[in-house]
Design a protein around this ligand. Structure first.
Ligand SMILES: NC(=O)C1=CN([C@@H]2O[C@H](COP(=O)(O)OP(=O)(O)OC[C@H]3O[C@@H](n4cnc5c(N)ncnc54)[C@H](O)[C@@H]3O)[C@@H](O)[C@H]2O)C=CC1
Ligand SMILES: O=C(O)C1=N[C@H](C(=O)O)C[C@H](O)C1
Length: 268
């Protein structure tokens, strides 16, 4: 059987370039297209040369219709509005859409749900094995500890990140809330500033640090009188996200339409 053809969106981005290298280094998939937004300096150039290496015979395009028509899977780490547009085209091509993009609003998520009626969408705010294990641990610890244990999620990222809290922080917050039998919407504390009043019992708070080239660090802090439990994940290499995304694209090849996440892919 032919190896699945992968198209990468946002190919010149931090994750885009990492994904290109990961797919090129795989013996289980073929890179068949690279998309960038109109006006990006890579558009019209050979992808390999744009990355500073040998020509690959793949021209970076700003025409997603043509590129996605050739794909068995689209791996997409871009921005919410772009991802929603790609989801419609990927669904039309009946290809797998692996979404790493974060920062979605509810209206975007409704559109992704509609696209998933026609083809598989695998979406996760973090594609690494370690974070997806941490999600399960967070749910268990939150369920085991009573409401006298306050829950705070602290995340740190590089100074180019545009959304906060991070997608990973929200996954961890959702897991903690689920462990306590609630949705995150019910327990989430708005960002703190000024005279906030005392902490609401049972609430879940978020803090975001932005600086330098931090790849991604997440702490889930459970704090009570006299002691604390801290669950931590530290990413030091974006390759962990790219490997997870490629694994998801391959896993999705025999799946029917629907919404999936990395817990499905990893069998967690
Ligand atoms: N789920 C996960 O494991 C991870 C998720 N991310 C998320 O991935 C996203 C991208 O992150 P980075 O690569 O650091 O950002 P980046 O800014 O380096 O790259 C984004 C790329 O998308 C391109 N883009 C934006 N709109 C486009 C459009 N309409 N058509 C084509 N290309 C378009 C940009 O030109 C840029 O090259 C963010 O939402 C980030 O939070 C990042 C790392 C891991
Ligand atoms: O923007 C990033 O860089 C990252 N984004 C994801 C998130 O929002 O959690 C995953 C990872 O932490 C890196």
């Amino acid at each position: 059987m032919e190896k699945p053809g992968i198209v990468i969106t946002g190919a010149s981005g931090r994750m885009g370039q990492m994904l290109v290298r990961t797919v090129l280094g795989s013996d289980q998939a073929r890179l068949v297209g690279a998309i960038e937004r109109e006006g990006n300096p890579w558009v019209g150039r050979d992808l390999g040369e744009a990355m500073g290496g040998a020509a690959l015979g793949i021209t970076v395009t700003d025409d997603p219709v043509e590129a996605i028509a050739k794909a068995q899977a689209v791996i997409d780490f871009t921005a919410p509005a772009a991802t929603v547009a790609f989801a419609e085209l990927t669904a039309q091509a009946r290809a797998v859409h692996v979404i790493g993009t974060t920062g979605f609003e509810p209206a975007h998520l409704d559109k992704l749900k509609a696209a998933a009626r026609h083809a598989p969408i695998i979406r996760a705010g973090n594609m690494s094995l370690g974070v997806n294990l941490l999600v399960g641990l967070t749910r268990k610890v939150a369920a085991a500890l009573g409401e006298d244990w306050d829950i705070e999620v602290v995340e740190a990222h590089h100074n180019r990140k545009v959304d906060a809290p991070s997608g990973t922080a929200l996954m961890l917050g959702e897991a903690a809330a689920a462990g306590r039998g609630h949705s995150l919407d019910e327990l989430r504390t708005p960002a703190r500033e000024g005279i906030t009043g005392a902490r609401a019992p049972g609430s879940i708070g978020f803090s975001a640090i932005r600086g330098g080239d931090i790849v991604g660090e997440h702490d889930v802090i459970f704090a009570t009188a006299g002691e604390r439990v801290v669950l931590r994940h530290v990413a030091t290499d974006r390759a962990i996200f790219a490997r997870g995304a490629l694994r998801a694209a391959l896993w999705g090849q025999d799946k029917g339409p629907g919404e999936y996440d990395m817990a499905d892919v990893l069998g967690l």
